[in-house]
Structures are given as C-alpha cells and as structure tokens.
Write a protein that binds this ligand. Structure first.
Ligand code: PDD
Length: 285
C-alpha cells in the first residue's frame, strides 16, 4: 500500500501527518464511535462529493451527532487538502469521531468537540491484470451487525471477512445473509442476469454505495437495463456477470466465485462497456 501524502487535516487545521496526534481517550479509539468516507479525486476534483457529503451527514445523524461543518465548509477543507498534497488523482479519507472526554463512558456524552481527521493517499490504480482477467472472490456468511447502512469506523467484522478472503487467495468476500446477497466486505455487488444489471436494494443490511450510483448512471448512458432487487444465493451463483463497485475499486469484474467460473470466466461484455463509460465519466464530471 502506498504511503499517504504528507499533509492531513486535524483539529481544524492542516498539519503534517507525521506529527498529527489525538487523545487515546478519543471515542473512536475506545469504542469505534465515529464515521468515515473515502472520496475519489480525479484531476484534483472531488468525485461525487455531494453523495459522499450526504452519506456522511446520514451516518452522523444515525450516531446522534451534529455535522461539524456545512457542505461548503467540507468541500473547502477537502479541496484545500487535495491541493496542498499535489492535486491529480488521489483518494481522500475523512473521519469524524465523537471526540474525547475524561474517561470511558457507555452513555453518549453531550457536547463533545468531534475529532475531524482527513488525509490523502495516492490513487490506487487498478492493476492491468485485474482489468484483463477480473478478480477472484469467495462467498462468506455476513457476520456484521444490523446497521450496515452506517459508514462506521467499527469495521472489525468486515476486516475479518476480508482476511478470510485474502487467505483463500481471493480479492473480496461476497457476503450472504439468510440465503441472499448483501454486499462485499468493502464493496457493492452487482450481478447480471438475462442481460439485466441487478443490485440488492438499500436497507440496514448494506451500505448505500456512492459508486453504485455511478454504475447506474453509466448503465443509463449506455441504455442498459438495470433494477434493484433481492438476489438469492442461487441467482448469484448462476449470474452471467458479477461486479464489485467501490470508490477505490471503481467497477471490477468477478471472474471466479468459490473457484467456479462466473459466466465465461472472463470479464463480461456488459462490464467492458460500463467500465469504459466509467473511465470517461469520471474525468468529465
Ligand atoms: N468502502 N459496502 C461497504 C461495506 C463498503 O465498505 C464500501 C466502500 C462500499 C462501497 O461504497 P462506495 O461506493 O461509496 O465506496 C459498500 C470504502 C471504499 C472503504 O472502506 O475503503
């Protein structure tokens, strides 16, 4: 993984990431009491900023926290950070935790100053082998909590699931709950069945992905059929194509699921078109 860029945002100002410090009593450290976003930056511009800001606001509201900044203040803070780190293509991580108090307190404390932290990293360019051959995934039971719609920093279940996938030689764990597809450990999953792109509906079981919106916009531009519907395990296993979508993966084709080829075992025709459209779209918007 590439080293982050040197400047971060903490305590209301830009500072050197190497010198940035927070209290060990910060509630994100003690309880995972915080939320985050990962925003792509193309040509120095925040991609889909509004969707990320909206989701951040929703996550904060779910934690009964007040959004510390207005939409325009957020934009300015993050744009300035991207600029000082050299612009171009990057990813921005932003985290808001409830802040710190005198000690551990299971009751939500009132009036804490939130800890706002942001840093930038070089854009994780997708490997050419991934584009040529697609990626390998395994299925696992979704062992996460019942509010996966909140983009919480408490990601232990996601991390353990991803680790299991990594140890099996796979790039991602595709999760099943009650016999239905939910999502990946850190991605939205789309399937293609009979020429139609199908994505599970947003609910407490999945994170409402911002890249999902990009995929749908690309599908619309290409006049491809798509809909939101539950996907059973057998539909997942018989899908002609399976795609992973996230801010940093963009859209990738899954070509091997539990060691079985997906469709032809090569990135599918619809993925090729959506991926190509995505590459143009991200530079245009
Ligand atoms: N994760 N579902 C989960 C559980 C995720 O963690 C993510 C993204 C997504 C896709 O959301 P988006 O399209 O807005 O990136 C779905 C980010 C990239 C991460 O944790 O690094």
């Amino acid at each position: 993984m590439a080293q982050p860029y040197p400047h971060c945002f903490l305590e209301g100002r830009q500072q050197a990431l190497a010198d940035a410090r927070i209290s060990p009593l910060d509630r994100s450290f003690l309880f995972g009491d915080g939320v985050y976003e990962v925003i792509p930056v193309y040509d120095g511009r925040l991609f889909r900023f509004a969707a990320h800001a909206e989701r951040l606001a929703r996550s904060l509201a779910a934690l009964q926290m007040i959004d510390p900044y207005s939409r325009e203040q957020w934009r300015q803070i993050l744009e300035d950070l991207v600029t000082v780190n050299g612009g171009g293509d990057q990813s921005v991580y932003v985290q808001v935790s409830r802040g710190h108090e005198a000690g551990r307190n299971h009751i939500l404390p009132l009036k804490l100053t939130p800890t706002v932290f942001a840093y930038c990293a070089p854009w994780p360019t997708t490997d050419s082998a991934v584009l040529r051959d697609g990626v390998r995934c395994i299925t696992l039971q979704d062992t996460r909590w019942a509010r996966c719609d909140i983009k919480s920093v408490a990601l232990l279940a996601n991390i353990l699931l991803r680790q299991q996938a990594t140890e099996a030689g796979a790039t991602e764990a595709i999760l099943l709950r009650d016999g239905r597809l939910t999502e990946g450990s850190a991605s939205t999953v789309h399937v293609v069945l009979d020429g139609e792109i199908i994505t599970p509906p947003n609910s407490h079981r999945i994170l409402p992905g911002t890249t999902r919106g990009v995929v749908i916009d690309c599908a619309d531009a290409l006049k491809l059929a798509h809909r939101t519907a539950e996907v059973s395990e057998s539909q997942l296993r018989s899908a002609d194509e399976i795609w992973l979508a996230s801010a940093t993966r963009e859209v990738q084709a899954v070509t091997l699921l539990d060691n079985q080829p997906v469709g032809t075992g090569q990135p599918g025709a619809l993925w090729q078109r959506v991926y190509a459209r995505y590459q143009t779209y991200k530079r245009e918007s």
